[in-house]
Structure formats: structure tokens, C-alpha cells
Ligand binder design. Sequence first.
Ligand code: F6R
Length: 645
Amino acid sequence: MNANLKKHQADISFKPAGQFEETRFEKVHNVIFSTAKEGSIKVAKEIADLIIDKQAKGEKCVLGLATGSSPIKVYEELVRMHKEEDLSFSNVITFNLDEYYPMTKENIQSYYYFMHQHLFDHVNILPENVHIPNGAVTPEQLHQYCIDYEHDIKKSGGIDLQLLGIGRTGHIGFNEPGSHLNSETRSITLDYITRVDAASAFLGLDNVPKKAITMGIRTVRKAKRIILLAWGHNKASIIRKTIEGDISSKIPATYLQLHQNTTFILDIEAASELTRINTPWLVIPCFWDEKLSSKAIIWLCQLTGKSILKLIDEDYNDNGMSSLLAQEGSAYDLNIKMFNKVQHSITGWPGGKPNADDTSRPEREKPNKKRVLIFSPHPDDDVISMGGTIDRLVEQGHEVHIAYQTSGNIAVADHEALKFAEVAIAMNNCKDNGFMANIIEQITSKKDNAIDGVDVRKLKGLIRRGESLAATRYIGIPDENVHFLNLPFYETGSIMKKALGQEDIKLMCNIIELIKPHQIYAAGDLADPHGTHRVSLNALFESLEILKTKSFMNDCWVWLYKGAWHEWEINEIEMAVPMSPDQVLKKRKAIFFHQSQKDGVMFQGDDIREFWMRAEDRNTKTAQKYNELGLADYAAMEAFVRWHY
Ligand code: F6R
């Protein structure tokens, strides 16, 4: 990380925003950490210090608490401090920000359940000191209930420290766009984006409640100290708007610019769109290494609408890059260097081109026939993210293996599984031994959001297995080269996964040792802090660490593709594989084989288009971007970054 950032990082106590040259665009004090874990530990420490300080004075400590993925590590650290360092919660009173409505306490998706699971069940807080909006009050009681909640906060002396997350809509609590500066605790209709973001936890958008009870903006602003947490790439855009943009009801978090003791705690991905991180040359003198120069030149092309070879000295000078120009000599030299770099990333030979000079190619020439192992976190990421490249690898005679890391069973809808179970019974001439009938019974009598039993999960996993084999056969990969690892960390039946364990790593190591690949491809969602893709990638990294001393690993290169949702930035791409229009169609068809993941799937993400549409759009856009930089005009392109282990 930038050394300038490190300098301010140790201390998260409030300082006025925009204090330094590099933060002059910023209107909210923020501290950036390399990882969410480091930031969370600092925040937990500030909370613990406050609790202890209040204890020493014989006072209560009133905390405003949030749920969601952002505060989980803070709660983990507080629980650790309670267990290992005797941090007592006996003087703590808590008020949670919000709750879905309607919602029962027993529902595993309730914030009541969340708070007990992550914090209250593990510390010595008095039950009567815990306040979480009650999602089970009747519509008639609701209005008065909200007034009383507000009153209870006041009666407790007001909130000393309020912990917040931020939604991609810019909501804090569930104060969605349009929320008023003076709003107090009330019921609110959730924004579509908020519901989409919650859809995976609820196993589908249709199950997400449409309403919630939330503290208001005024309620939050009255807190003496506010700490907002944001982790991961998904939050980068809203964080930039909140910190650098104008105050607007369209982004309720911008109201925090008016609060005199607010600090945002960010990891580097959530901070990645802040001016000082994204385009530091606009705010500080930069040390221009190759990485930063590439990023800046691509940015300059996009800003000016020019291709690389058309940039002139003035473009560099006018846009904060005069020191780069001075360092390199002239726009002409800079442009040629950059153009060649981008040009050399393009190859139609992802496994290396036989008998060709490979000095400026992304892949080495030898061995001409490589063993290739492609890891796919779910059974479909392979074709979605690199279907065209797989096709080339197969056609060019490499020995291609696919290893599906997880079963992907929770993403199969009940109605889909039911269809297969009914067909199985029908095929058996109604002589079902009860096994399939039992599965049907389990599916049809399932309660909201309940976890599937083992047999139902098995059926769902087999459906995805069948779809994967159909797709890989279509691309020309023999069945014996398709491996289903079913990593155990995934097998919980719910969105909450287990931590990676020995067994996961063993399965990963076994397959790598079996194939002894010259190339490994994997989903490189480095910025995804908790999803299956990130865990699957960690499983690979841990396995590489174990295996790296083996002799066959000396000749193994690792390439990362991005998962289904994003693409590498052009300046990051080290191998771009062009696709012809025919290959685009072939890839589309391979994705079609994953039928359970078509038409309103359970884990849609923030884009309602089907996966083949998203994939085509993304691959076409990459090709367009290359073309706009002055490179050849391809129909589509898949992109990879090399990982050095
Ligand atoms: C939760 C809450 C919400 C979340 C926000 C971010 O109590 O009030 O504002 O903080 O939706 O959610 P995560 O942390 O899951 O990204």
C-alpha cells in the first residue's frame, strides 16, 4: 500500500477531512486499511476502550449497532476480547439500527438472530439492555412502536458510538435514497438494489421483505461518535460519492458530512475509487512505476477520448502527469511503450504458440502440448468467464481438465429439483421405493428459507453436475477430465459457509498433484471479501503454498480470470484472448447448458440479465476498449492476469 496511507493508519480517531493535499477532495474523515480484518480490529479496540472508560466512570455505554457483512469481524474481535481479555459488557446498552418488516425473531434472516449469533450470545450483556426493532409488531402498532424506540434511545442518554455499514444505494441503517435529514425511527420501503443485495441471503429476491423498520438520519446523527465500515470493491463507487460528492438526499450517507465526529474505516478495495487512490497523480507527486504509468495512460485515453498513439505532451501536462512526461522524455516515447505493452497482451494462443518466438508473448511456447487445469468455483464459472479460451485450448490440442470446486447445490431452485425428482419417479414406472417421494415431500413442505436436507442437496448438486458435463462435452472435453471436488466448506445448505479446512486443501492439492499442470486457471476475485469465489481462491493459494517446492510446480503458471460479475481493468490485463463471432456463439451455447442458472436465478447479483448476456457484454466491451486504445477491432475478448506464487 501507498506509504502515505500507512502514515495515518495507526490512529483512527477523528480528524477533520481534507487535511492533507492528497485528501483535498474528501469531505469525510476516513482511514484506509490493507484488509477488512485490520480495520475491524482497530474499530473493536475503540469500542472496547470506550466501554472500559465508561466503566471506570461508573457510566453506561450506549452503542448503536449494525448488522450485515461489514461489522461481523468487529463483533468477532469484541467476543475475543470478552473471552480472552475479560472485556465486560455489563454496562453496555445497545440499540440496533434496523430490522426487516415483517420479520419474526426466530427467522434465521432476522437481524435479531444475526445479533445473537454474532455477539449477544457470546458476551455478558444484560438481555434487558439489548434493543432491536421488533419486526413482529402489528401494522397498527408500528407507528407508536417507532416513536417509543426513539424515546428509549433518548431515555438511555443517547448513543455514544454508532456503528454503520453502507448499502450500495448509499443507505445507512435502512434510510434509503430520499430519506430526510431530520427523519427518525420509522418504517420504510426497501430500495430494489438493497433487496437485490439481500437476495442471496434469502435464497432469492422474491423472499426478501419489501419493508423494514429503521432508525432515522436524525437518530444516527445525534450519536456522539460515528464509525462507518465499508469493505470490498462493491462499495467503492458509493464510498467515493459519499466522501467526495455533494450532500444529497439521493445518497443519504452524504448527510454524515455534516457530523463532526464521523470516521469511515475502509479497506483498500472500498477506497479504490477515491481520487487519492484511483488517480493519485491528480493530488500528490507520484513515483511512476510501470503499473502506475499504465493505469494513468489508459485513464488519460479514456478521459481525452484518444487512442494511445494520438496522445500529445499537452494531454499529459494538463492532467497531472507532467512528471511522468518529464521522466520518460516525450509523449511519443511513452505512447509507443504503452502501445506495445497492450499489443503484447493479445494472443490467440492462450497455451503458448508452438515454434514461435515467445519473448513478448503472454505464455511460453514450450511444452507445445500443455496440461491445463481450470478451477471453477461453481459449476458454470468456467464457461461464463473463459468459455472462448477453453475452446481455443482444446482446439489447439492441450490436455484440458476442469475442476469444479463446489457443488453449487444451493443455487438450484426447489421447482427445478422437483422437476427432476418427478421425472425420476415417472421413469421408474411409479415403482418408487419412497426415496424420491421423500425428496418431493421435503421440497413441497419446506418452510420459508429452511435449509434443505442432505438428499435434496444431493439431488440439486447432481443437477448442476449433469449440466456441467453437458457443457464440457459440447466444448470437447472428455468426461474423465472433468472433476467434481465438492469442497466441504461449501456444504452447509445455506449462504453462510464453513471456514476452509484441511479436507478442502487436501482435495485441492490432490487434483493438482494428479494432473501436474503446466497452466492453472482460477477465478481471481481478489476483492470479494467473503463470497465463495474468494474462499475458493484462498483454497488454491493455500494449496500452491504447500505444493510450490515440488519439481513439477517449477513449470506451472497460474492465470486468474475474473468471476461472473466483473472484468479486469485494461491496464491490469496480461493476456487477452480474442474471440471470433462464431466463438462468441459457441460460448453462449455452452452457458445455455447450465439451465438451472437461467431465468431469474437465485443468486443473480446486481445485474438482472442472464449470465450469457452479461458474459457477452463484458467480452465485447473489453474488445471495444482495446479498439478504442488503437488496437485491432475484435468481436470479443476474455482477459487474464498472471498470479506469481
Ligand atoms: C444493517 C444496516 C445496513 C447495512 C448495509 C450494508 O443493520 O443497517 O445499512 O449496514 O446494507 O450491508 P453489508 O454490510 O452487508 O454490506
